[in-house]
Ligand binder design. Structure first.
Ligand code: MCN
Ligand code: CUN
Length: 796
């Protein structure tokens, strides 16, 4: 009789364990950066540029210095004397820390005041007199490359245009040939607008330099503490072992907390100069106007199609607007992130993608917001193009996708852009989704509603996306290879602590990593504490983004647990007085193969590691694993949405949303569902209501929550989730694939496709997100496409 523990009871793999971190969060006992107060702490505020593009004639800070309670005013000029006016970005560009020559976007950091409290600092910012000489403004890629456009980055040698890169991937000649063979060519032009992660907690830092110990401790809202430590060491030329970065609790990241922001750098310099702790907490407007935006990218897409529906080739050209500095975080090899993961779910012989990135007078951005490096755009463009192509062919939306899917038996599959996908059951997921939504029925209802003047629509989005940035061969940021790590220490009573190089921002790592340890070792999850985010204690890792934590750090947790189990086996053999080969494992216990009743628990092995180890064995039960994954993980998802559009007002309501996610083995099904619901909520918000753009003068329109709407429970529709399709990841130690971004990546196209489906037959091919009622109304009334691309009229 097996004496193995019941894995679900001990909170192992597959247990919908309640999130342990919520014990403190729901009691208001979280410890966020702004909760921390250090003795003698001062406060920093930032003066931001009101103009989008202007030469700085002069900065006079004398009145600010005179205000009682002001300790320091930092300007670009002062930063320059320490070689800190500019800093390197994560994409081999430079970014102004504090402006010296020009301001290049509205909201750019111009000066900082450090004072006794934030109110004095804010008042002092207003007392700084800056004289600007306005310059012509660029707010979109077309203006950026127009004849005679002002060169935004005239600070850079040899930069005589606003083009950052021209990049291509795929087979141009082969694609051209395939297009010559096509029966039908389907074309679509799209703009994926700027969107902003807007976590509830803004960015912030507390720098604490101690002259006596030479140690710099920085508490900050970063998703990647080790990368920040390396950046501070290299940029500020401080010794790396004297830098300690601590990410306390993070109130949502969503990619917003990956970049290095000027506020972090200024608070560090201020603390070094003043030898006192300096706290900077960004306000909401500062966050919305200046920190990492996402998307803002235009697509010209074309598909070469055979009459029967077979896709022969895809051609994509993208123009991306990166704002004033190319500061996106992305793997060094790929200028436009993983945009070329588009069409990975479909069996397409040949494809070509060209991408041109340009500067503009907008806050730097492009990547971050539940994106896995532009996968969000890739899947949106893909699924909008799929819908348009099916329409052009007069084919059924579901059938067109099904016939072009990569089939289950075709894995591993090399995509036309060079990725290797390794597993999935795409057709099965689609079937589950269609059945759940009642596809045939809905099509009948839709037709009869049409006759009565009611507009119903159904949108499908099916996609596989690359999650888990790593393998070190292909993925690095600034040359730092992408892998991750876990350290596990099992104490003598069998309780344990696990630390990783990732950093949770709400995803629930404190809960799920313990579940992996439980699965591997049989230690109850409640006996395992998880700690992340302190560079002095956590093993080196690349942090949390690109849904890489489970694929990489989570894998490392499994691997380090296995190392611990291997040692525990030796201890068990010693305790059982048999040879190691005679010892068998079942969850939580080693036993003698020939006498299964004779066994020792993992806890007894742990005690022996400190009190009764065999001669010659190194004491203790601790280890570290660095995990370099062989491939990305490729979760698959089907999102199907039905809507009703009111032709009189352009308002649209979601009727049903069905989500079928296959993210391989689910560690914690409840957390996975939370991730999917969160992602769908964001997808709905992007498709429906979130509008942040720029007028012709470069004023940011929508930099407040009156314009940039966050959906509450009131406007968010209900979601029906399906988990019956599970295709384990073939290379992940526990078969898990990433999930953190799937629904935000695949969701938007489902909502937009549904509205466009409701409008089918009107001749309207596209409405750019967000599908605000006035845009939908305009499209219906005038039977024309509606774009939301900037500039917008400032009197709108
Ligand atoms: N999980 C699981 N089974 C799987 C896959 C994941 O139980 N097969 C669990 C994980 O263990 C983890 C959570 O689901 O607790 C998300 O895991 P994963 O997909 O590995 O993603 P990350 O932990 O790396 O999170 C990053 C991802 C990104 S990039 C953004 S952006 C985003 C997202 O997560 N930001 C978030 N979800 C967020 N959720 C919250 N609450 N807050 C954010 O800032
Ligand atoms: Cu791109 S947003 Mo998440 O990868 O941190």
């Amino acid at each position: 009789m097996s004496q193995a523990l019941d894995e679900i009871k001990i909170g192992g793999l597959g247990a919908s364990r309640k999130r342990v971190e919520d014990n403190r969060f729901i009691r208001g006992k979280g410890n966020y950066t702004d909760d921390i107060t250090l003795p003698g702490m001062l406060h920093m505020e930032i003066l931001r540029s009101p103009l989008a593009h202007a030469r700085i004639v002069s900065i006079d800070a004398s009145k600010a210095w005179d205000i009682p309670g002001v300790h320091l005013v930092l300007t670009g000029e002062m930063m320059a004397t320490r070689n800190l006016a500019w800093m390197p970005t994560l994409s081999y560009d430079t970014q102004a820390v504090l402006a010296t020559d020009k301001v290049r976007f509205q909201g750019q950091e111009v000066a900082c005041v450090i004072a006794d409290d934030p109110y004095i600092a804010k008042d002092a910012c207003e007392a700084i007199e800056v004289e600007y000489e306005p310059l012509p403004v660029i707010v979109n890629p077309e203006q950026a490359v127009a004849e005679g456009a002002p060169v935004i980055r005239d600070d850079k040698e040899n930069q005589d245009s606003n083009v950052i890169f021209d990049w291509e991937v795929g087979d141009a000649a082969g694609t051209d040939r395939a297009f010559e063979q096509a029966d039908v060519i389907s074309k679509l032009r799209l703009h994926y607008p700027r969107s902003h992660p807007s976590p509830i907690e803004c960015c912030g830092s507390i720098a604490d330099f101690n002259r006596a110990t030479s140690k710099l401790t920085v508490y900050m809202t970063t998703q990647a503490p080790h990368i920040i430590r390396a950046a501070v060491a290299l940029v500020a030329e401080l010794p790396e072992h004297m830098i300690r970065i601590i990410s306390p609790d993070i109130g949502g990241g969503f990619g917003n907390k990956v970049p290095v922001y000027p506020g972090y750098v200024c608070s560090i310099l201020a603390s070094i100069l003043l030898e006192r702790p300096v706290k900077w907490i960004e306000d909401k407007t500062g966050n919305l106007i200046s920190t990492g935006f996402a998307r803002d990218i235009y697509l010209d897409g074309e598909m070469a199609l055979r009459r029967d529906g077979k896709i022969l080739a895809v051609r994509m050209h993208c123009d991306s607007d990166h704002g004033a500095f190319f500061s996106d975080a992305q793997p060094s090899k790929f200028k436009i992130g993983l945009l070329h993961s588009a069409f990975a779910a479909y069996d397409i012989p040949v494809a070509h993608l060209s991408a041109r990135g340009t500067y503009s007078n907008k806050a730097p951005g492009g990547v971050a917001y539940r994106c896995s490096f532009r996968v969000t755009e890739a899947m949106f463009f893909q699924e909008r193009m799929m819908q348009a192509a099916a329409d052009d062919l007069g084919l059924d939306q579901a059938e067109f996708r099904r016939m072009n899917f990569v089939r289950d038996e075709d894995f591993p599959h090399r995509t036309p852009f060079g990725f290797l996908t390794d597993s999935g059951q795409y057709a099965k997921c689609l079937e589950v989704g269609l059945k759940a939504i009642g596809y045939e029925d809905f099509r009948r209802q839709q037709a009869s509603a049409r006759e009565r003047g009611r507009l119903l629509g159904l949108g499908i989005s099916t996609m596989t996306e690359p999650l888990g940035a790593g393998n070190s061969r292909e993925y690095d940021i600034l040359g730092i290879k992408m892998f991750d790590s876990a350290e596990l220490k099992v104490h003598m009573t069998g309780k344990a602590i696990v630390r990783t190089g990732a950093r949770t921002q709400g995803q629930g790592h404190e809960t799920t990593w313990a579940q992996i340890v439980s699965h591997e070792l049989g230690i109850p999850a409640e006996d395992v504490v998880v700690e992340e985010g302190d560079t002095d204690t956590a093993p080196f890792g690349m942090g949390t983004y690109a849904s890489r934590s489970t694929p990489v750090a989570g894998a490392a947790v499994a691997m380090v647990s296995r190392k611990i189990r291997a040692k525990a086996r030796k201890l068990a053999a010693h305790l059982l007085e048999v040879s190691e080969e005679d010892v068998e494992w079942e969850l939580g216990r080693f036993y003698v193969r020939s006498a299964p009743d004779r066994g020792v628990t993992i806890q007894e092995c742990a005690m022996a590691a400190y009190s009764n180890m065999p001669d010659g064995m190194e004491p203790g039960l601790e280890n570290t694993a660095y995990y370099d994954p062989p491939n990305l993980t490729w979760p698959f998802a089907v999102y199907i949405v039905t809507v009703e559009v009111d032709p009189e007002t352009g308002v649209w309501d979601v009727l049903t949303t069905v989500a079928v996610d296959d993210c391989g083995v689910r560690i914690n099904p409840m957390i996975v569902e939370g991730q999917i619901m969160g992602g769908l909520t964001e997808a709905y918000a992007m498709a429906n209501m979130q509008f942040i753009t720029f007028d012709a003068e470069g004023n940011c329109v929508g930099s407040n929550y009156m314009d940039y709407l966050l959906p509450t429970a009131w406007e968010t529709p209900g979601f029906e989730l399906h988990s019956e399709v599970v295709t384990p990841c073939p290379h992940h130690p526990i078969g898990a694939k990433g999930i953190g971004e799937c629904a935000a990546v695949g969701g938007p196209a489902a909502f937009v496709n549904a509205v466009m489906d409701a409008l089918s037959g009107t001749g309207v091919r596209n409405i750019d997100m967000p599908l605000l009622p006035d845009r939908v109304w305009e499209a219906i009334t005038y039977r024309r496409d509606v774009s939301g691309a900037p500039p917008v009229r400032s009197d709108d």
